[in-house]
Design a protein around this ligand. Sequence first.
Ligand code: R5P
Length: 292
Amino acid sequence: MGEIIFGGSTCQSLAREVAGEVGCGLGKLTIKWFPDGERYVRIESDVKGKDCIVIQSTSRPQDANIMELLQLLDTLKENGAANVVTVVPYFGYGRQDKVFNPGENVPSKTIAKHIELNSDAFYTINVHQKHIMDFFKIPATELDASPILGEYFKTYKLESPVVIGPDEGAERLAKGVAKVIGCPFDYLQKTRLGPGKVETKPKNIDAKGKNIIIVDDIIDSGGTMAEAMKMLQSRGAASILMGTVHPVLTGNIIARLFSDGAADIVATNTINSQISYLTVSALIAEALRASQ
Ligand code: R5P
């Protein structure tokens, strides 16, 4: 088991929770921001010969948080850490996951190459596309937070619940959530028209009188959730609840989704936000324990 857990600036409380659950010490470090946004990192714990775990999401400001992660990993190895495990609860830059036009960069691949330089194993949670895990040449594991969302929505004891993914990519998340609740699931057909603009086509989903839980890996502009809700409301849904793993949340989208009729919107703490009520600490701790 890793002896010291270090929380990057995006995951300070989460790292403390995981350290508590795993029974590890919490590493001491100083992270400062220079006025221009550049990061200063200093590891103050003695890491020589120790197994270390770093937890850091690459959420906004992505570039500085990625750089901070790479600084942490490099510094741990420079200071003699025996083994470094990297946990990135939210792995940003996942949406450009392949080359669509010749000459394009695949940023998640670029980041993977840099993480593995100073890391012996990698974990993330509900990555945007499964094949991103293949970009890593070190052991890389994707953890699934759908049971956490499922357990939360189960407490509602809804009548006639149905879990809906707003697009095909959300099907596996919808399936995982529905499995815990013990209810049906399906997904909608979404076409992205541009950033923050999507078109959701009706599918053969019977929404009338149903309490619908829409789940997606990411809520960013909220356009996807808003369109899905509109379509399901127009088909007679009794209520709409929403869940996401990664609350990227650009602008005031949560207020807008509530005012458009969402009865609840909940997320995990892979990214800290106003709706991050569910913790992924046990999921990470269990994976770390199992790897020993
Ligand atoms: C895209 O395929 C993702 O799964 C999400 O549906 C998307 O990132 C959500 O973005 P937005 O909230 O901007 O519609």
